[in-house]
Design a protein around this ligand. Structure first.
Ligand SMILES: NC(=O)c1ccc[n+]([C@@H]2O[C@H](COP(=O)([O-])OP(=O)(O)OC[C@H]3O[C@@H](n4cnc5c(N)ncnc54)[C@H](OP(=O)(O)O)[C@@H]3O)[C@@H](O)[C@H]2O)c1
Length: 336
């Protein structure tokens, strides 16, 4: 592949939104490396996807210790991409990683102890070939470890220079409020929360979005396309061999794509066409309609999907009738 020189025009189209009440701005569209960047995936495609994203103003790349498969390999892939292409642009990038799910055997490789979080971030930095990440997240709440210990571990990694900001993911509203209070007292405010949010999973509308607003914490929604359900991937009614649902491992299974759901997706697609958007673009615009949404975190298996997504930022705002039509179509449906 040609040596990489980032596109000169990369900052002309992407809007950047402030994350809560912090100084950090994020691109409206960010790229996550949960799938398609593991040791089992093709490096040259991963490389093209990341180049395409950065060339279009996507400055934020999201990882976690366990992304792959195998776990850890997405960080290794991204480390290789930094080395090959992105090193000259390090100060233009927001790179995040997380710890909170099972990573290694024994009592210190999971959940939210200080022991696990600090060791895991050291391992992540090693795989990424970096001195620091921009955001370090606790990936899920730990019902056993005192919240004070987990938050103190996050504050510690910032004080140690291993992360610039901290975030939380998958926290319910009440725990988020308590955690944000502790972090504020420790002088390391929580800059961002990462929940799942899309047309088929609207749980954050019932308390979490309000909590984030009250606490001044930004929000980055993951799986805004419901892992591909809210795109043209499955419109034909079959499971394309190169799609996420066809992969042997993963959370999106062929049985999630019921005939009722495909029918709903077709009707959403018709609505998107009326708006002059692809279905994926409409799904992203729908998440970004909340002013407190700092960014949407997409996944992509090919560069064309990134290009499709970035065009969503040009969309017209939704009319009340369009929002109502979407509410009616998705009522009673769930995400995978
Ligand atoms: N904090 C957490 O607990 C958590 C959990 C899950 C995810 N995340 C983060 O969120 C990121 C995104 O999650 P996700 O991958 O589930 O997001 P998603 O954007 O809902 O789904 C991505 C998938 O949708 C399909 N797709 C994307 N753009 C498309 C387009 N324009 N047209 C047609 N199909 C399109 C692709 O499927 P195909 O592969 O079939 O082409 C792609 O792999 C992850 O990478 C990760 O960083 C965080």
């Amino acid at each position: 592949m040609e040596p990489y020189l980032a596109r000169t025009q990369r900052y002309t189209e992407m809007p950047y939104r402030r994350s809560g009440r912090s100084g950090l701005k994020l691109p409206a569209i960010s790229l996550g490396l949960w799938h398609n960047f593991g040791g089992i995936d093709r490096f040259e495609i991963a490389r093209e996807v990341v180049r395409t994203a950065f060339d279009r103003g996507i400055t934020h790349f999201d990882l976690a210790n366990n992304y792959g498969p195998p776990a850890g390999s997405a960080e290794e892939t991204f480390g290789a991409l930094i080395k090959a292409d992105l090193r000259p642009y390090r100060d233009e990038l927001i790179i995040s990683t997380k710890a909170g799910y099972t990573m290694w055997p024994g009592p210190y490789g999971d959940w939210g102890s200080r022991k696990y979080l600090v060791a895991s971030l050291d391992q992540s930095l090693h795989r990424l070939g970096l001195d620091y990440v921009d955001i370090f997240y606790h990936h899920r709440p730990d019902p056993e470890t005192p919240l004070e210990e987990t938050m103190a571990a996050l504050a510690h990694v910032v004080a140690a220079g291993k992360a610039l900001y901290v975030g939380l993911s998958n926290y319910p509203a009440d725990t988020l409020r308590r955690a944000a209070g502790i972090l504020r007292e420790l002088g390391t405010p929580c800059v961002i929360h990462q929940p799942r949010y899309n047309m088929l999973d609207r749980r954050i509308e019932h308390g979490l979005l309000q909590a984030l607003q009250d606490e001044g914490v930004g929000c980055i929604a993951f799986s805004p396309l419901a892992q591909g359900i809210l795109t043209d991937r499955y419109l034909g009614g079959d499971i394309p061999a190169d799609s996420r649902a066809a992969r042997p491992a993963g959370f999106l299974r062929p049985e999630h794509l019921t005939p009722e759901k495909i029918d709903m997706v077709r009707q959403l697609n018709a609505l998107a066409i009326e708006r002059g958007q692809t279905l994926a673009q409409m799904a992203l615009s729908w998440v970004l309609r909340h002013p407190e949404m700092s960014s949407v975190l997409i996944g992509a298996s090919r560069p064309a999907q990134v290009l499709d997504a970035v065009s969503a930022v040009k969309a017209e705002s939704f009319t009340a009738l369009e929002l109502q039509a979407i509410d009616q179509l998705v009522a009673g449906m769930d995400a995978a």
